[in-house]
Design a protein around this ligand. Structure first.
Ligand code: MSP
Length: 651
């Protein structure tokens, strides 16, 4: 029978902060005394331990010793475990610091296991590393790229609001034949071309407020050093060998292609062709360095045992099936004669490094690998990836890391693609939507709002102009903007006074006002869960629901009549309506901040909410917190939150 830790372990009232009451399954009740920091550490460990129920009796016994002694024992045990150098099963990571894979013959360094262990007792990690994929520079940004980046940014901002220290990394992927060809087509030297397009991605991040901690380019020297170090490390551990790479090669296109991209014409020649270009292809074999991916099949399965590793669940299933079907060693180099625009293999100038090996290492480079590696940010907390690159991030990347003795990512957050009027976006179809052009019509925050509000992770999202206009006009301009505007309008509130919600809201007793207050009181916890599950569209739904109810409450009280009355009751009622409405607007703005940072910042500035009062804690209504921040305020201006967009015709 499972026991609820919430019910069994409780910190006592603030007056008796040194006491804790532990009631285990065996009904042992006793008070113990300890310092709060040590106590909390121990409690967090206990809460996380899946065997707490099983060991409840032992825990109860351990309470007979003094808490200091108990903590000391825990510490001693940790130290003892760290000293042990034993080969153990991956399942036992949490209790030891050195491990060799249960499935590999090769010994690996303890770092992965060590970090895992340290995180075990960490209920809410303080340091979070969030990444976007790095963008190819063979073309400029489109809305799909913006979506990936904005999604990661919103998750990062939400976690910062919770008080975590968040490192967000993005950047550009600049090597490979496609980039070289694009530079040639643009008649620019390749490095100059890369700088130009990389600059566009940088500009996209700036305009759309993607607040990165690090923007990395794979052509930077620090990255080449990191890639070389990583390669040598894998090589030293025996994960790399010289083998053969074989596949269909198109001489005219200078590229290997997959079986799926090959067609055989119905003629007697038997020649096969590349579907896209129509050029003939031939089966080709060449020398290549290979990575022993096959050895990691079981380790990868083990990593995937935790269903949260890849989300949403459907992508976890897809990935598991791929791994189940079996893996093959992969080629990680190309002859320099064929792919010169790439990082050379260390100590073999005749080969360059496969672009995906190079690209994936960016996540390490960005946090200082190898020399000033910020290990407190490792492993990545959330890595956002599109479904097309799930295989690289869900198979190659964790296998590379395991081979290096580093812990694989905690979570891959995978998303579907944006289509344009239900068609795949492509240069040939001339339907690529530039975020720079779209923002001229919808504003940067308008576009962010639409992308994050419209997409659900597990399927493709469709970009449709009519729909954008509808959503922006109805929700941002209509529901949200209109409510704010009415509350500060000359007719209803000529002095633009916002009464103190902590004292005024309680006089409203109508059904609609009570419903409004209930939704307002519950929305913080609700949307926190939705953010944690990365369901951003549902966050917006919840906020819109709050604002719609507030608008209804506002209408119900006819404030345009109340404001003309001189009766004290009416004046008080008007104050309460304004105060509840503005309180709903304030909470809505803070909750939506990760999604539309600029609009909400402007709004909160208008409401004179100071920067330090924009944390997640501030999404709780003031009357619930009895906060002193609710004092009456006079607002200096009444700005339009979002101007309606009209008759968009450019697509
Ligand atoms: N350079 C690689 C990633 C290397 S990460 C070590 C790459 N670049 S990309 O520019 O092609 O794609 C970057 C991201 O944008 C990927 O997550 C990809 O899924 C995403 N998108 C590209 N087209 C997209 C849509 N149409 N819709 C949504 N996201 C899309 O892959």
């Amino acid at each position: 029978m499972a026991i609820s830790l919430r019910n069994t372990i409780r910190l006592s009232s603030p007056i008796f902060t040194k006491y804790v009451y532990i009631n285990t399954k065996s009904c042992n009740k006793r008070f113990i005394m300890t310092s709060r920091s040590k106590l909390e550490k121990v409690l967090q460990g206990l809460e996380k331990n899946p065997y707490f129920d099983k060991y409840a009796d032992k825990i109860a016994k351990s309470q007979k010793v003094s808490p200091e002694e108990f903590s000391q024992r825990v510490e001693n045990e940790e130290k003892k475990q760290q000293r042990k150098k034993v080969s153990v099963h991956l399942e036992r990571f949490y209790t030891q610091s050195s491990w060799s894979s249960p499935f590999l013959n090769i010994k690996v360094q303890p770092l992965w296991a060590h970090i895992k262990k340290n995180n075990f007792s960490d209920h809410a990690p303080k340091n979070m590393y969030i990444t976007t994929p790095i963008f190819y520079v063979n073309a400029g940004p489109h809305i799909g790229h913006l979506y990936t980046a904005a999604l990661a940014d919103a998750i990062a901002r939400f976690n910062s609001m919770l008080g975590h220290s968040v490192f967000l990394c993005t950047g550009t992927d600049e090597h490979g034949t496609k980039v070289e060809n694009a530079a040639r087509a643009a008649t620019l030297p390749t490095s100059e071309y890369c700088t130009k397009i990389s600059g566009e991605f940088l500009k996209m991040c700036d305009i759309f407020q993607v607040q990165y901690s690090e923007f990395i380019r794979t052509t930077e020297e620090r990255h080449q050093n990191a890639v070389h170090h990583f390669w040598n490390h894998l090589d030293e551990r025996g994960h790399i060998y010289m083998g053969k790479y074989a596949g269909w090669y198109s001489v005219s296109d200078e590229t290997f292609i997959s079986d799926a991209e090959v067609i055989q014409k119905k003629d007697i020649t038997g020649i096969k062709y590349m579907t896209e270009s129509g050029n003939p292809v031939e089966w080709t074999e060449e020398d290549s360095y290979k990575f022993r991916l096959t050895s990691f099949q079981d380790d990868l399965k083990h990593w995937l045992k935790d269903e949260n590793t890849v989300q949403p669940a459907m992508y976890h299933k897809i990935l598991s099936t791929w791994i189940e079907e079996g893996l093959q060693d992969i080629s990680i180099s190309r002859p320099i004669s064929r792919v010169p625009w790439a990082i050379p293999v260390p100590s073999d100038k005749s080969h360059t490094i496969y672009v995906w090996f190079d690209a994936l290492v960016n996540y390490l480079t960005a946090i200082g690998y190898p020399n000033s590696f910020s290990s407190q940010f490792w492993p990545p907390t959330v890595q956002v990836v599109g479904k097309d690159i799930l295989k690289f991030h869900g198979i190659l990347w964790p296998a590379f890391l395991m081979a290096a003795g580093l812990e694989p990512p905690k979570k891959l957050l995978c998303h579907g693609h944006w289509t344009i009027n239900d068609l795949k976006m492509s240069k040939f179809k001339r339907n690529v939507i530039s975020p720079f052009e779209a923002k001229d019509h919808y504003t940067p925050d308008g576009l962010r709002y639409y992308l994050l509000r419209q997409a659900v992770l597990h399927s493709n999202a469709n970009y449709n102009v009519g729909k954008i206009e509808n959503i922006l006009n109805n929700e941002l301009a209509g529901v949200f903007g209109n409510l704010l505007h009415r509350c500060l309008s000359k007719a209803i509130n000529p002095k633009r006074i916002i009464p103190d919600p902590t004292t005024s809201i309680s006089i409203l007793k109508s059904e609609i006002a009570l419903a409004n207050i209930k939704v307002l009181e519950e929305i913080s916890d609700l949307t926190r869960t939705l953010y944690e599950e990365c369901h951003l569209c549902h966050v917006v739904d919840a906020v819109m629901n709050l604002l719609r109810i507030t608008n209804r409450m506002f209408d119900y009280y006819h404030p345009w009549h109340l404001c003309k009355s001189v009766k004290l009751d009416s004046i008080k009622e008007l104050e309460a309506v304004l105060s509840l409405s503005i309180e709903s607007v304030r909470v809505a703005a803070i909750i939506l901040h990760p999604i539309i940072p600029r609009l909400t910042s402007n709004l909160l500035d208008t409401l004179q909410i100071s920067k330090e009062n924009r944390t997640w804690e501030d999404t709780k209504p003031l009357h619930v917190r009895n906060s002193l921040n609710g004092a009456e305020r006079i607002i200096s201006r009444n700005e339009v939150l979002f101007k309606k967009v009209r008759n968009e015709t450019y697509i």
